[in-house]
Design a protein around this ligand. Structure first.
Ligand code: FAD
Length: 291
């Protein structure tokens, strides 16, 4: 339970952090809240020789509307913690599903340290924020030795702990389009106990018009090696009033793309079964909140 030896670095700028990561090579890892990385180091599943702590870099914790897009997007610095998201008026008024999801992550101690950037960059299928970012159509800004680039969350996840991040790159901000006023939303998470990772979870963002679903996006957590966007399930509900038969069809369409691991959270069939139920519950609750 004691990590292997490592050298600690605390750069003061993104440029310094990128240079350090480039100079130190494969054996260096960025450190954010440490609430995924340090447990992995204690278990010796990760043994970096160097940790590059991002806490000394100013400006990576900001949360605000992006003036460049007329305020259509919210831009969140990678080092904003889950607690920062919960305390933010901007998030409360424009992206309430982020607060609902953050509240379902672990416990207050973890939420005070764990960052949005660390949660989405980690690549752990059990992390809750990645599926939400797919659902919302978020983009990630990555900065590295060759400059900066933007990658859609929907293109970022390649496998368990494999992402589009290149060696030496840092995720610096997450940009999320603000859903239309009156949208409905829900994040339904089944877990074995408070503080646990999801056995299965579903995120839904939708709009309603005349009692029928006008737009819909559905994301799934911990039901595959990567977060999933359940596009067929979302298409199934468009134009419907979400009657019982439609809900069942949407759950079945979502189950068709689930490939969960059978593990301590349950066998494969059980996790697919409850995954479909999370989809149905999230759709119903999101519709009930839509204006
Ligand atoms: P770190 O642990 O510091 O880093 C994680 C990984 O991402 C490392 O590989 C690191 O190098 C990399 N990284 C970090 N920041 C960046 C960056 N800006 N750019 C590039 N790479 C970066 N999470 C959930 O989503 N749901 C849960 O239910 C949940 N339960 C938990 C329960 C417990 C008891 C604990 C300890 C953790 C739990 N977590 C859960 C994980 C928690 O949310 C972590 O904080 C989060 O996964 C990682 O964020 P971090 O800031 O701690 O990142």
């Amino acid at each position: 339970m004691i990590p292997g030896p490592f050298t600690y670095h605390r750069p003061a700028s993104v440029a310094d952090a990128i240079k350090l990561l480039a100079d130190l090579g494969d054996e260096a890892r960025p450190l954010a809240g440490g609430h995924s990385l340090i447990p992995m180091m204690k278990l010796r599943l990760a043994t970096p020789d160097h940790l590059v702590d991002l806490h000394g870099i100013g400006g990576l914790k900001s949360i605000g509307r992006d003036a460049g897009t007329g305020g259509d997007r919210v831009v969140i610095g990678a080092m904003a913690t889950q607690h920062d998201l919960l305390a933010s008026e901007v998030i409360a008024s424009s992206l309430p599903i982020l607060q609902e999801t953050a509240l379902l992550i672990a416990d207050p101690q973890v939420r005070y340290r764990g960052t949005l950037g660390g949660n989405v960059a980690n690549g752990d299928p059990g992390n809750d924020m990645p599926a939400l970012m797919l659902t919302l159509g978020a983009d990630y800004r990555l900065e590295g030795p060759d400059g900066s680039r933007t990658v859609a969350a929907r293109d970022f996840y390649q496998g368990a702990y494999f992402t589009a991040l290149e060696p030496g790159e840092i995720l610096t901000e997450v940009s999320v389009p603000v859903p239309p006023a009156g949208h409905g939303y829900a994040y339904e998470k089944l877990k074995r106990k408070i503080g646990d990772y999801a056995t299965a979870a579903a995120a839904v963002v939708l709009t309603m018009s005349g009692g029928r679903v006008a737009t819909c996006s559905i994301g799934l957590t911990n039901l595959s090696e990567t977060p999933l966007l359940a596009e067929d399930a979302a298409a199934t509900v468009i134009g419907t009033s979400l009657d019982a038969a439609t809900l069942q069809k949407a759950a079945d369409a979502a189950r068709a793309i689930m490939e969960p691991a059978g593990d301590g959270r349950g066998p494969v069939e059980y996790r697919k079964h409850v995954g479909g139920i999370m989809v149905m519950r999230a759709l119903q609750r999101a519709a009930s909140l839509a204006a």
